[in-house]
Design a protein around this ligand. Sequence first.
Ligand code: ZN
Length: 232
Amino acid sequence: MSKYDHIRLSAYNANMQLPKLGLVLFTFGNVSAADRELGVFAIKPSGVPYEDLSPEKMVIVDFDGNTVEGDLRPSSDTKTHAVLYKHWDGINGIVHTHSTYGTAWAQSQRDIPIFGTTHADHLTVDIPCAPPMNDEMIKGNYEYQTGFQIMECFEEKGLDYKEVEMVLVGNHAPFTWGKTAEKAVYNSAVLEAVAQMAYLTEQIDKSAPRLKDALIKKHYERKHGPDSYYGQ
Ligand SMILES: [Zn+2]
């Protein structure tokens, strides 16, 4: 028994969703689950196949990226998770995948245009793509800098991480987050579906127009506004 068992279990369950949802191959991808009162998060160990994972194998790390408890090495992306937890209050789950369509957009260094209501049900803006980091940042503490690359992108575009819970890291792949690890996984699946739809839309019509403002507003408020009426 450990005081971290609840986040170990939550991180384990969320990680196991990734292969089930078709969002990862081999050991790609990682999910973490945080407990802000304890100031730590549980994250997948590095390079362990999903079928060999168990809650006990999740590594406990603090918001500076130091391992607090666990025998295995944490995911190589741990420092990116730590930076985001440290600076973005209120997020308790982070997911990173190399899901095919999301990654294809990231490799194209393009924001995913808001073409339809599926996208608008979740966010009212294009899914942002953070530009590739400069050579100095790459040579330095790469995974740590990826966290700042994401935060700088949000600052430059004037986005609120509580409203837009997903990003593409240019030339790399998506990161998503949420109030829980479960919500972050949900956001990863949404991002991948929206990325695929947007890709197909451009295949059918290269100059397909973006969704018009009235529909963006309607769909978003139906789910998120003070008078939301979608769901139970
Ligand atoms: Zn990656």
